[in-house]
Design a protein around this ligand. Structure first.
Ligand SMILES: Nc1ncnc2c1ncn2[C@@H]1O[C@H](COP(=O)(O)OP(=O)(O)O)[C@@H](O)[C@H]1O
Ligand SMILES: N[C@@H](CCOP(=O)(O)O)C(=O)O
Length: 391
């Protein structure tokens, strides 16, 4: 678990009072790797219930947390989020207490639990929620004013690459290069969550619901990274965690990506916001780049734990190698796609043993679009070939 800063009950009590909450007890939270979090029991809570979550933000500056509070209040009522309480002792609307130059917030505790595994239905639902988040936050303009600066990942890359085996450093560079070759200037952008992992979501996962496939989303958490980014990057980050089954050490740290879950996610997303053809084309490289970013993020957490002497049982570290494996998996698909063409064939001519190739396309979407333009499209088939097979 992660509790980096220790507070006394007297301090908790004084802080909670400023939010109009009467403190009884603080229970450290076992999830999360960035900030210190506690469940807060109030004097009105009974039977061990806790009404609030108290967060001390270890890294983000106060202004960033104020922006996050505005974002959460914008989403409140449309999506299941925990909007920060405002201070009762401030004339202006203010959601944050400064302590030791760090920000503190108090938010309602949402019901539900974190999923150990996801289903296609859950992937569909989180896809829908992410699209609603993208659409709803378009009301906050100019969006740059509400997002926090993007983390300088290229600095982390340059530091970490020095310590990597050559093949890993190459994998990272190849993916990075392919990402910079995308038409980044024209891909749609806006406020994005950028950390929508399953452990940042809550669901009503009672055994009954899971058996009936009726799991429903009860909480979206951890809005500290909200920034202006390409929507397709946010989509890739979310797909990477929701559509992957991560094996622990006993399972050989396996990484199993499920493409049918990704299809369900995209269907849910597109029920609220259609993806452009350029976004669809960018997705395979974005999936690889998103995995690289979280590979670096996890290495960065280890780096900070080491340099700042953070040790002990209450520090949780996530395995960077799992993200490296996912990056390699996505990259193999990008590489394969580079060597694959989609051929549009005329079935009628084929039956007459005549030349049947109508067109050759570099991706399936282009081939399908070309087929759909033909009046008798049902007479045409699309087949996948490697470039070598055609020569
Ligand atoms: N509003 C909330 N309701 C219920 N649980 C919460 C709430 N906020 C945080 N938590 C719990 O605290 C954990 C850590 O919160 P998170 O914001 O992800 O911290 P970190 O920024 O350190 O990753 C979450 O995974 C969840 O279990
Ligand atoms: N979700 C990220 C890193 C941030 O972790 P969080 O628990 O603080 O949200 C990861 O899995 O690496």
């Amino acid at each position: 678990m992660s509790v980096y800063t220790q507070l006394t009950d007297d301090q908790f009590s004084a802080f909670c009072q400023r939010f109009g909450v009467s403190f009884a007890c603080a229970i450290p939270i076992t999830q999360g790797i960035k900030n210190s979090n506690w469940f807060i029991q109030t004097t009105d809570d009974v039977d061990g219930a806790h009404s609030y979550v108290f967060t001390l933000f270890e890294e983000r500056p106060l202004e960033d947390i104020e922006k996050m509070a505005v974002i959460l209040n914008q989403l409140d009522g449309k999506l299941p989020v925990a909007a920060p309480l405002s201070l009762v002792d401030s004339a202006e609307k203010c959601y944050v207490i400064r302590y030791d130059n760090k920000a503190i917030t108090l938010v309602p505790c949402l019901a539900g639990s974190h999923p150990q595994q996801t289903t296609q239905a859950m992937c569909h639902e989180i896809g829908t929620a992410l699209a609603m988040l993208h659409e709803t936050l378009q009301a906050l303009q100019p969006s740059e004013q509400y997002g926090v600066p993007l983390y300088p990942w290229s600095d982390v890359r340059d530091r970490e690459r020095q310590f990597m085996p050559a093949d890993e450093a190459k994998l990272m560079s190849d993916i990075w290069q392919s990402y910079t070759d995308l038409p980044l200037a024209t891909l749609p952008k806006g406020l994005c969550h950028l950390d929508m992992f399953a452990d940042n979501t809550l669901w009503n996962l009672s055994l009954n619901n899971s058996q009936k496939g009726e799991e429903s989303l009860t909480g979206l958490l951890d809005f500290t990274e909200v920034s202006v980014e390409h929507y397709v990057m946010d989509i890739a980050i979310t797909i990477n965690d929701f559509c992957t089954t991560w094996g622990d050490a006993e399972q050989g740290e396996s990484v199993n990506f499920d493409r049918s879950k990704m299809a369900a996610f995209l269907q849910g997303y597109e029920s609220k916001r259609s993806l452009g053809a350029d976004e669809k084309r960018a997705l395979p490289v974005m999936l690889a780049k998103a995995a690289v970013i979280f590979w670096l993020l996890r290495l960065n957490v280890i780096h900070y734990n080491r340099t700042e002497g953070r040790t002990g049982d209450n520090i949780m570290v996530k395995n960077p190698d799992l993200m490296k494996r996912l990056a390699a998996y996505h990259w193999s698909h990008v590489e394969k796609a580079k060597n694959t063409v989609f051929v549009l064939l005329d079935n009628l001519l084929a039956s007459q043993k005549d030349i049947q190739i109508v067109g050759v396309f570099s991706n399936i979407t282009q081939a399908e679009q070309a087929r759909d333009k033909l009046s008798n499209s049902s007479e045409f088939a699309i087949k996948e070939y490697t470039v070598d097979q055609l020569s």
